[in-house]
Design a protein around this ligand. Structure first.
Ligand SMILES: Nc1ncnc2c1ncn2[C@@H]1O[C@H](COP(=O)(O)OP(=O)(O)O)[C@@H](O)[C@H]1O
Ligand SMILES: [Mg+2]
Length: 410
């Protein structure tokens, strides 16, 4: 297309976009990317965290902390806030304190997870690219020498630490980080681990547990009033005035409080309801939009999760769903059935299929990634022996919608 045509096209779209009346002033405030200035109703948790972390300021070792609580209780938000406060304080008071934040879940369940997490920590600290081929023990030594050489105190935050421990059986991971004999002066390193539950601790060996010796701080689900306050702030920033009434916010807050107390879910429902109202060119969000948003929430959250997956992961999810939907009871499908369907799909999309082993590994990764949405079991089939079976927890109608989404997006 000639350039003047492109400019014309561009202008038409931009103009119609600018002219279009929208009730959403700024969608950023309805997303997870935005970090609020204030954390609401977590005073008890924050004051405990600050109280325990305070020794770092005076160059003492802070106790290791484990933060735990259900999804959406503000754990990640709280540590990000803590990190920001520490950075500000270090700049103002010229302190030699650094913090590093790692989300362990993104490293999945590979046996090399620990290695890549250490690389991440080291490159965040040194702001350098780490050479390839360096061994895990060398990475640890380098980390400790850097800390000593620069004479800094470091707080390492491991978010979703349970996913790492649970999947890689890396007991040694915590031990390596927390044990005594690495640093001459081990006061320089403090550690915060975050997880939904503390169940993973029972899988650790005694040696690791004792070197960890952590203080545990629990985060409780938000109640309706707290969720209302969280939603109110976001709604004021995100929507034009008068678009979302207090009654609507109270309704969402009460519904989510009854169901889980998960702030992320409350915010997502508000966002979905807002988008539905906007798509209909409605001038306000009504109860009908909220009800539809609540209905669509499960599906929406599933789709937004699978949307981020690699093509082969998507093909595997599609294979499971297409096999499962054939079954009357929507129950488990076997690994063999999944693999056969996967081969067919690869052929259909002109892709080279991965080996059975690799697909097995990817199914394991999906199990972590999709959490409650996916179950994997080893089931006994009598004389035929034991087989791995998989199920994705979606009803038939939702499964068809995800299949359509995947078919349109691979
Ligand atoms: N107490 C709170 N005050 C304000 N926003 C909150 C609060 N708790 C959670 N949120 C918001 O809810 C979402 C989920 O919070 P997050 O800290 O990621 O939860 P968790 O890590 O416990 O699963 C984020 O968008 C966060 O900004
Ligand atoms: Mg979190």
């Amino acid at each position: 297309m000639p350039e003047h045509k492109i400019t014309e096209f561009f202008n038409i779209y931009i103009e119609s976009f600018l002219k279009r009346k929208t009730i959403i002033k700024n969608p950023l405030y309805l997303s997870d990317i935005w970090i609020p200035e204030q954390i609401k109703h977590r005073d008890r948790e924050l004051s405990l965290i600050f109280q325990y972390i305070a020794p770092i300021i005076k160059r003492f070792k802070a106790p290791n902390l484990l933060l735990y609580g259900p999804t959406g209780t503000g754990k990640t938000l709280s540590v990000k806030y803590l990190g920001k406060q520490l950075d500000n304080l270090s700049t103002i008071k010229k302190l030699l304190i650094k913090h590093v934040y790692v989300n362990c879940r993104i490293y999945g369940n590979k046996s090399s997870s620990l290695y890549y997490i250490l690389r991440d920590i080291l490159s965040q600290l040194t702001k350098k690219v780490i050479k390839d081929g360096i061994k895990t023990t060398d990475l640890i030594n380098e980390l400790f020498s850097y800390i000593q050489e620069k004479d800094i105190s470091v707080l390492i935050i491991f978010d979703e630490i349970d996913s790492l421990i649970k999947n890689t059986k890396e007991d040694d991971f915590l031990y390596l980080i927390t044990r005594d004999d690495h640093v001459l002066d081990r006061n320089r390193l403090s550690f915060i681990g975050i997880s939904n539950t503390l169940d993973y601790l029972k899988d650790l060996d005694a040696r690791t547990l004792s070197s960890l010796n952590a203080i545990k701080i629990g985060f409780k689900p938000h109640n309706a009033l707290q969720l209302y306050d969280i939603l109110k702030e976001r709604a004021c920033l995100a929507f034009e005035e008068g678009v979302v009434s207090d009654d609507i916010l109270r309704y969402i807050a009460a519904w989510v409080a009854r169901e889980s107390g998960d702030a992320r879910k409350a915010i997502s429902i508000l966002r979905l309801a807002g988008n539905l109202a906007d798509a209909e060119s409605s001038d306000r969000v009504t109860m009908k939009h909220v009800e539809r948003a609540i209905e669509g929430y499960d599906l929406d959250s599933f789709i937004s999760e699978v949307e981020t997956l690699s093509t082969h992961h998507k093909l595997i999810v599609l294979s499971i769903l297409e096999e499962q939907i054939k079954l009357e009871d929507q129950s488990f499908v076997s690994f063999t059935e999944i693999y056969e369907r996967y081969i067919q799909l690869c052929d259909e999309y002109g892709l080279r299929p991965l080996s059975k082993d690799s697909v097995g590994k990817k199914i394991k990764q999906l199990e972590t990634f999709l959490g409650d949405h996916m179950e994997v079991y080893v089931k006994s089939f009598g004389k035929q022996g034991r087989k791995k079976v998989v199920m994705i927890n979606l009803d038939k109608e939702k499964a068809s919608k995800v299949i359509k989404f995947l078919r349109d997006n691979i």
